[in-house]
Design a protein around this ligand. Structure first.
Ligand SMILES: [Zn+2]
Length: 104
């Protein structure tokens, strides 16, 4: 087994709430070509460190899955399934998160 090539310095929240339901985020090392999954029935996001190679990619993958979670919470089924829109929005929000300068 190969050692992981990337050691994260940015981490997603372990837990957060959306619409009163508590979601958890798990970091896993799984075989397969998926970087993240969203499972609304378990209020769970998984990020696969075997397929993530940088903090930027970690942030992007988390925000992408978070948007699936938001869509599921809102009952927006077609948005939930629209990978193109979810990912385009994730790109912009990742850029925002990485570049925002907050007062103080
Ligand atoms: Zn997706």
């Amino acid at each position: 087994m190969k050692a992981p090539k990337y050691s994260p310095t940015w981490f997603p929240p372990d837990q957060f709430k959306l619409g009163g339901r508590t979601w958890t985020t798990e970091l896993v090392h799984r075989r397969g070509q998926w970087a993240g999954t969203c499972t609304p029935s378990h209020c769970r996001i998984r990020l696969n460190l075997r397929c993530i190679e940088s903090d930027e990619e970690m942030r992007h993958t988390f925000i992408h899955e978070l948007l699936h979670a938001v869509a599921a919470t809102m009952g927006w089924k077609s948005f939930y399934r629209n990978e193109g829109k979810i990912d385009a929005l994730a790109c912009l929000l990742t850029q925002f998160e990485a570049t925002a300068v907050w007062r103080g």
